[in-house]
Design a protein. Structure first.
Length: 143
């Protein structure tokens, strides 16, 4: 996978006098079936999240409240974004290193994941990630 596979996804936004409603449907707005949902919040000043990649897992991260910065790296290229819209998510392809930072005081980050939690699905060492992403190591042999 390449960094260009990581794209912003606009979710339908329905607005009326009561407020806004956004919808996320599997295989319609996101390219996978959601197996896990989690969210992070109450960030300490200067906090960073992520700092890992996944072998196969796909995710969509959504700034439900507030905003934060995202840095992506695919072993070759790097991309920086600021997520600010709760009706927009960032699709994260497998084998992309992600780092989240600069959270607003009210930030809530919702994550939709394609697999249940499995520690073995994570690449937490950046040098190992670079080797796998650049094809120096077979992803099936690294755990």
């Amino acid at each position: 996978m390449r960094i260009n596979d990581c794209v912003l996804v606009d979710f339908p936004k329905i607005v009326d006098a009561r407020g806004c409603l956004s919808i996320v449907e599997c295989h319609k707005h996101i390219p996978f079936t959601v197996q896990r949902v989690f969210y992070t919040y109450s960030f300490s000043p200067g906090a960073q999240r992520g700092g890992h990649a996944h072998y196969q897992l796909q995710e969509v991260i959504i700034p439900i409240v507030g905003n934060f910065d995202v840095k992506l790296h695919d072993g070759f290229d790097e991309k920086h974004l600021t997520l600010t819209q709760s009706h927009q998510g960032l699709y994260l392809a497998p084998l992309v290193w992600v780092e989240l930072s600069h959270f607003s005081a009210d930030a809530v980050c919702l994550v939709l994941a394609s697999e249940i939690y499995d520690e073995a699905s994570y690449i937490r060492n950046y040098q190992t990630f670079l080797q796998v992403a650049r094809g120096f190591v077979n992803a099936d042999t690294v755990s």
